[in-house]
Write a protein that binds this ligand. Structure first.
Ligand code: GDP
Ligand code: MG
Length: 433
């Protein structure tokens, strides 16, 4: 998915200007990639509609950085589909009761134990309940995991799930557990018998949370069964497991949209610590495959004077970046924070460039550049040793300091050149390295 989306953006970025038709082309590619990634077609349709409407709006076409604007729109829409922010667990019951449901093999038993461990680390005293009695191995599996994470497991008579959960409620009160996690039985497909049983367990337990566990690897099937479970039960959210595999990510995008219920956790490995809260913004970034570039865009948009940047871009095109521009750049950078930090965020940008002269002593650099003649600033090549001595005297610094500034300037110029060769959307950063 990431690769495909990146390609879609490249299509957009390759063109000199963004037009209605190449936005449409990019949108089409995003649509294809989402469908290929197993995102539900209804979700894709709505998503695309909304992106297209926004992207064709005045703002993007007129913007100085239309491709960034476009990416931002896609990102914002993705986050909207994924849910705006992390949704935690409702643990208000005393004890709080969490019931896990889902198809066989989706990861219920594993997730029950992972969740118990997570809550234990948060200072809770969980009790695990083995309510899947149909496969003897299932109870043993939970006992095994319970031992590993040092959380007690209630198994009862291993026969009657309704009786087991009832007893577990009493057991929890007796042993002052503040959270009970119920692992229930799943089948290979949604069937009435299984639904009936989980419904009855839910009636007895009255859970604060009914989380459906779905396997990201099963694609659209997972989304369809999520819909069925949601129709039958008062689901409070989802756990999407196995996103560490080569799952295509579409499940996460679709499930919330189709059911209206949030994804609360994602399973990222078979191990007991392989469960994470679900952060939509992070996943959106990962789906777009651009690392922190997106947050960088936000940062830049907040603080860069686009007019100035545009002038600078023109200068670069003509290779006319002089010391005055350099000084201006340093001032912009100061506004943004450390340049090192900024370079970290740009994939493929040269690292380990020493801008310390510019960064640490902007004032001194300003003094040095101010002591140059206009001609020297425009054409730094003419600054020979005797000119350097004069500049050093004039600015109250030394020739070494003057050299440092000139070196910084050279490096920035080099870096800009490299960025010039980078894909368009990265190139945009050249105005503000
Ligand atoms: P259940 O039938 O729903 O209880 O599923 P299980 O908990 O027994 O899990 C089925 C298989 O999926 C087991 O081999 C688990 O180790 C594996 N599994 C569960 N969650 C994850 C996950 O997030 N990542 C990976 N890689 N494997 C997982
Ligand atoms: Mg199980």
């Amino acid at each position: 998915l990431q690769e495909k989306l990146s390609r879609a953006f490249k299509t957009l970025s390759g063109k000199g200007r963004i037009t209605e038709s190449n936005i449409k082309e990019a949108v089409k590619q995003i649509k294809l990639s989402l469908l290929e990634a197993d995102v539900n077609y209804k979700v894709v349709k709505e998503f695309i509609k909304s992106v297209q409407e926004k992207a064709l709006g005045e703002e993007v076409l007129k913007s100085f950085t239309p491709d960034q604007q476009f990416i931002k729109i896609v990102r914002d829409e993705l986050i909207k589909v994924l849910g705006e922010k992390k949704v935690g667990l409702n643990l208000s019951g005393s004890p709080a009761k969490i019931m896990l449901v889902g198809l066989q093999g989706s990861g219920k038993t594993t997730t029950s134990a992972k969740l118990a461990l997570m809550l234990k680390k948060e200072g809770k005293h969980p009790l695990l309940v083995a309510a899947d009695v149909y496969r003897p191995a299932a109870v043993d599996q939970l006992i095994q995991l319970g031992k590993q994470i040092e959380v007690p497991v209630y198994t009862g008579d291993r026969k009657d799930p309704l009786k087991i959960v009832q007893e577990a409620l009493d057991e929890a009160v007796k042993n002052v557990h503040d959270v009970i996690i119920f692992d229930t039985a799943g089948r290979l497909h949604v069937d009435e018998k299984m639904m009936e049983e989980v419904r009855r367990i839910a009636e007895i337990v009255k859970p604060d949370e009914i989380l459906m566990v779905i396997d990201a690897m099963t694609g659209q099937d997972a989304v369809n069964s999520a819909k069925k479970f949601n129709d039958e039960l008062e689901l409070t959210g989802f756990v999407v497991t196995k996103i560490d595999g080569d799952a295509r990510g579409g499940v996460i995008l679709s499930v919330r949209h189709v059911t209206g219920k949030p994804v609360k956790f994602v399973g990222i490995s078979e191990k007991m610590d392989g469960l994470e809260y679900f952060y939509p913004d992070r996943i959106a970034g990962r789906i777009l495959g651009m690392g922190d570039v997106l947050s960088l865009i936000d940062k830049l948009q907040a603080s860069v004077d686009q007019e100035k940047a545009k002038k600078l871009e023109e200068k670069f095109a003509k290779n006319k970046f002089d010391l005055e521009d350099f000084l201006e750049q340093l001032r912009e950078i100061k506004k943004l924070g450390s340049i090192g930090e900024i370079l970290e965020m740009i994939p493929g940008a040269p690292k380990n460039v020493d801008f310390s002269a510019g960064e640490k002593s902007l004032k001194q650099t300003e003094a040095i550049i101010s002591s140059m003649t206009r001609e020297e600033r425009r054409n730094p090549k003419i600054i020979n040793y005797s000119r350097k001595q004069r500049i050093a005297r004039g600015s109250g610094t030394s020739v070494t300091e003057v050299n440092k500034v000139l070196r910084s300037y050279d490096q920035m110029k080099q870096m800009m050149k490299k960025l010039n060769k980078a894909p368009k959307f990265m190139k945009k950063f050249k105005g503000f390295p």
